[in-house]
Design a protein around this ligand. Structure first.
Ligand SMILES: C=C(O[C@@H]1C=C(C(=O)O)C=C[C@H]1O)C(=O)O
Length: 409
C-alpha cells in the first residue's frame, strides 16, 4: 500500500548531500511532531518533512518495503559529496512487531542532517517546503492510566506463561504490557528526545512516525559487507541497596538470566550465520544504564553475499530477546496471554540508505505518541524460573526512561 506523497516518486527527484556546519542534531528538528531521529551520543541522523512515505502491513511488510526503497532510490538523481553510510537518500523505517495486519512505515524526509566521525552533512530530497522553527515545549499535567494490560493483568499473564514453560510447552517467551500517559496539550516529541539523549548516551534515541524512544539493543547494522548486532537479554535494576558492582556480579552469575540471554544470542546467531562468511560473538558482559543493567553480547560478521538490511531484518525478527524460543510457540503464547496490540513496539526501527547500509534497532523503551497521549510499552523475557512480581518491577524499571523524559525529571 503506497500513500499519496509516495506517488510523487513518479517524477524524477533529486537528492543532494553537502557538508554543513553544526553539531547538535536533535536541536535542528523544527517541529513538535513529525520528528525523525536515530541518534546515539551526538552522532546519527535526524530528518523532517516528507519527500515520500511507504506503508506496508502483514507478513510481506519487509519485502514490500525493501522493493519500494530499491525502486525509489533507483529513480533518484543523487549528488552526494560525502559518500559515507547515511549520506545521500535515507529512509527512516519502523516495522510492526507482528505479521498480523498493522502499520509499518518507511519515511523519506525532505531534509536529513547527519553526523559521523566529527563531520556533519545535510541531504535534501526533492524541493523541501518551509518548516517554521517552533520552540520546544515541555509537557505539563502528565497523568498515567492503565493501558490494555494493567500491571496486575501483566502479573497474571506472566504467572500463566511460567506455568506453561514449567509444563514444557516452550523455553522462553517475552511478555509486555502498556501504560497510558496523558498530558494537558499535544506532546512535543523533541522534548522527550532531548531528555532521552541527555540521560542515555549509550542508547539509540529514535523517532519514526510518532514512535519515540531510546533503545539499547541493535538488531543489525550493515556497513558495506560488515554486519554487527548487540543482543541484550537478562536484566537487573537498582534494588536492596546493592552497589552497581554487586548488581553486575549477581547478573553475570545468575543462571536464570544467562539462560534468557543464551536463547536470545542463539536466535540471532543461528539466523545470521548462513548469510555470513565469518562471524564472532563477544560476551556476555554487563551493559550498565541508569535504570537497568543487561547482559549484553556483541556479534560481528562478514557477509558472504549482498542481502539488503531489510531482508536481513525480516529473517532475524523477532529474536528471542523480544519473541521467545521456539519462536513460533512463543509468538502463539504472546498472542494468547498479552491480549495487546504491540504495534511497532519491539519491531525493527532505524534507517536505510541508498547503498544498502543502515541500522535497525529493536524498538524498546518507547511510546507511541499521538497528540496528548503516549502509550508506553515494556516487556520482560521469561523462563520457567521467572518470578511474576520481579517481572512487574523489571517492566516498571524499563518504562522509567520514557516517563522521566516526558515529565522532564
Ligand atoms: C522486551 C524488552 O527488553 C528486552 C528484554 C530483556 C530482558 O528480559 O532481560 C532485556 C533487553 C531486551 O532485549 C523491553 O524493554 O520492553
Amino acid at each position: 500500500m503506497t500513500s499519496a506523497p509516495a506517488q510523487r516518486t513518479r517524477q524524477r527527484l533529486r537528492a543532494h548531500t553537502a557538508h554543513t556546519p553544526g553539531d547538535d542534531l536533535l536541536g535542528r528538528l523544527p517541529s513538535p511532531t513529525g520528528a525523525l531521529s536515530w541518534v546515539r551520543d551526538g552522532e546519527g541522523l535526524v530528518g523532517w518533512g516528507e519527500a515520500a512515505r511507504f506503508e506496508a502491513s502483514g507478513p510481506d511488510r519487509f519485502a514490500a518495503a525493501d522493493r519500494w526503497w530499491r525502486e525509489f532510490t533507483a529513480a533518484l538523481d543523487v549528488d552526494d559529496e560525502l559518500d559515507v553510510p547515511g549520506s545521500g537518500p535515507v529512509a527512516f523505517a519502523s516495522m510492526a512487531f507482528s505479521d498480523r495486519p498493522g502499520h509499518s512505515v518507511l519515511v523519506v524526509p525532505e531534509v536529513v542532517v547527519g553526523r559521523r566521525g566529527g563531520h556533519t552533512w545535510t541531504t535534501t530530497i526533492g524541493e523541501p517546503g518551509h518548516h517554521a522553527v517552533r520552540p520546544v515545549r515541555r509537557p505539563t499535567g502528565v497523568c498515567y492510566a492503565d493501558g490494555d494490560l494493567s500491571a496486575t493483568g501483566y502479573r497474571e499473564a506472566v504467572r500463566a506463561a511460567v506455568a506453561r514453560m514449567r509444563a514444557g510447552e516452550l523455553d522462553k517467551v517475552v511478555l509486555a504490557h502498556d501504560l497510558l500517559a496523558v498530558a494537558d496539550e499535544p506532546i512535543d516529541h523533541r522534548f522527550v528526545l532531548a531528555g532521552l539523549a541527555g540521560r542515555y548516551p549509550e542508547c539509540w534515541v529514535y523517532a519514526v512516525d510518532g514512535l519515540v524512544g531510546a533503545t539499547p539493543e541493535l538488531l543489525l547494522r550493515r556497513t558495506g559487507s560488515v554486519v554487527d548486532s548487540r543482543v541484550l537479554a537478562g536484566t537487573t535494576w537498582p534494588h536492596d541497596g546493592m552497589s552497581d558492582d554487586e548488581l553486575a556480579a549477581a547478573l553475570l552469575s545468575s543462571g536464570k538470566n544467562r539462560e534468557e540471554h543464551e536463547y536470545a544470542v542463539a536466535s540471532l546467531v543461528d539466523t545470521l550465520r548462513p548469510f555470513c562468511a565469518t562471524m564472532s560473538v563477544d560476551g556476555p558482559s554487563v551493559l550498565r544504564l541508569p535504570n537497568v543493567s543487561h547482559l549484553s553480547s556483541d556479534v560481528i560478521g562478514e557477509l558472504s553475499g549482498t542481502p539488503s538490511l531489510l531482508s536481513l531484518g525480516e529473517a532475524l525478527h523477532p529474536t528471542a530477546a523480544v519473541g521467545g524460543t521456539p519462536r513460533a510457540d512463543a509468538l502463539r503464547v504472546i498472542e494468547e496471554l498479552e491480549g495487546l496490540d504491540r504495534g511497532r513496539y519491539a519491531g525493527p526501527v532505524g534507517w536505510v540508505d541508498g547503498r544498502g547500509n543502515g541500522e535497525l534497532g529493536i524498538a524498546l523503551r518507547c511510546a507511541r505518541v499521538d497528540g496528548r497521549t503516549a502509550r508506553l510499552f515494556a516487556g520482560c523475557g521469561l523462563v520457567a524460573e521467572s518470578d511474576p512480581d520481579s517481572e512487574v518491577r523489571e517492566a516498571h524499571a524499563k518504562m522509567l526512561p520514557f516517563r522521566e523524559a516526558l515529565e522532564g525529571r
